[in-house]
Design a protein around this ligand. Sequence first.
Ligand code: 6PG
Length: 252
Amino acid sequence: MNQDVRIYPDLNTLSGAVAKGIADVIETAGKGTKKVAVALAGGNTPRTTYRLLASQYGRKLPWHNTEFFWSDERYVPHDHPASNYRMARETLFSGIEIPEENIHPMPTHFPDPEQAAWSYEEELRRFYPGAWPRFDLLLLGMGTDGHVASLFPASDALEEKVRWLAASAAPSEPRQRLSLTLPALNHASIIYVLIAGAEKARTVANVLAAPPTNGKLPAVLLQPREGQLIWWLDSTAAGQLSSGRTAESCPH
Ligand code: 6PG
């Protein structure tokens, strides 16, 4: 199966390339009056990408036409250090001029995360009245256990086939999470998976070599129905890919 694997020397060059890719998608998809919808990844890997997106493209892109959602969220207040919303606010939104109404954080104020999941699905359905959301670009990271968004191995949330959002349980703090479900992820037009660090090299090799039906590693189940999937790796995360792999190596 032809996989689009792009390898960069380090996190900085990887982040620069991803930021350019995001900018290209926003510029292309945002031409005219069409709204562009981007779902942001959480965690630490995307921080540099978001900072570069703001610093290098902050004055060039149609932010008024760009709507930001999230792929997942930790169920903590939006000003909590572990909040994915807070991370994006600090690294991206603080550096660009974008209407507040274009930023759609996952709600984390409901007593029950299930209520929050339904609430966010309703918000998404106002934006996507069809059968599934179709983000122009969906950003993800991957954990060493192969989780993507907050869909962890062997979790009920990973099995969800009808709802767009699921409340899930993480093996590490903060344990309560909200996540787009696998079908919601796989209806995106373009998926970028950003992975850096030697600690993920074994999982990367296993995921890219795994048969598509191997559900033990959630990242293997990223199979966009009518969309593009690009793996963006730094050289350490790609360190255990077989030498014969036809990964497209991009020096800069
Ligand atoms: C989260 C993320 C999660 C993340 C991976 C990788 O909320 O933590 O959505 O899926 O992308 O755990 O995290 P790092 O980028 O911090 O390694």
